[in-house]
Design a protein around this ligand. Structure first.
Ligand code: FAD
Length: 172
């Protein structure tokens, strides 16, 4: 039976991040797999430093369209946000990018939606362009922050200089 689907049972996976992608690529060998994900890409959590300082390099290695994974070629990928799970009816209500709702039925459910931390992770529906824009915004925000720190630095240095320099001048 190896390599053959023993059953037509359906596994629904909520979230195609690092975990969901790995689970989907393994289970699809034996089940019909439906991946429900808010993002069309695997936006990896790895190498935060490189993401902030060398985004073009980071994007090549860690921002990967899901359709490029051969292991997912037989997975039905639906871009949507899972909003409600009904375990009795074995169904998930999803919100599609156009705002419409739909129901997915499953035999088994895997929840791999990760966490939201307000910076690196969120559960919003995003297109590829919106993912790119959001990735570019964080280094930009850091650069803006650095500039305002430099401006704060000028008066602080001046104040420190006056505090220590003026008495010396007065002593002359
Ligand atoms: C700042 C930071 C740095 C890290 N650095 C590293 C590192 O260098 N190396 C390393 O190995 N690990 C690192 N990690 C850890 C790694 O990112 C996580 O362990 C890993 O990403 C978790 O994968 P996941 O699939 O569980 O969740 P996620 O990667 O968060 O994926 C969850 C997916 O589910 C989607 N989703 C969420 N809610 C819904 C919903 N309701 N419906 C549909 N889809 C949904 C999300 O959009 C996302 O695509 C780092 C984590 C952080 C926060």
């Amino acid at each position: 039976m190896l390599g053959q689907k023993r059953t037509a049972q359906t596994v629904a996976i909520i979230g195609l991040g690092d975990t969901g992608v790995l689970v989907a690529s393994r289970l699809v060998k034996q089940f019909k797999v439906i991946g429900i994900t808010t993002k069309p890409n695997l936006v990896s959590g790895q190498e935060l430093g490189k993401r902030l300082t060398d985004l073009p390099w980071w994007s090549v290695h860690y921002n990967t369209p899901l359709k490029r994974f051969l292991g997912l070629s037989a997975v039905e990928i639906i871009q949507a946000k899972a909003e409600w799970v009904n375990p009795e009816q074995r169904s998930v209500r999803i919100r599609l990018p156009d705002g419409l709702d739909s129901i997915i039925h499953y035999d088994y459910l895997v929840i791999a939606s990760g966490t939201s931390n307000g910076f690196w992770r969120d559960d919003s529906i995003r297109s590829q362009k919106e993912i790119d824009d959001a990735l570019q915004e964080t280094p930009r925000a850091l650069r803006r922050q650095r500039r305002s720190l430099s401006w704060v630095g000028v008066p602080v240095v001046s104040a420190v200089h006056s505090t220590f320099a003026v008495p010396n001048r007065q002593n002359k």
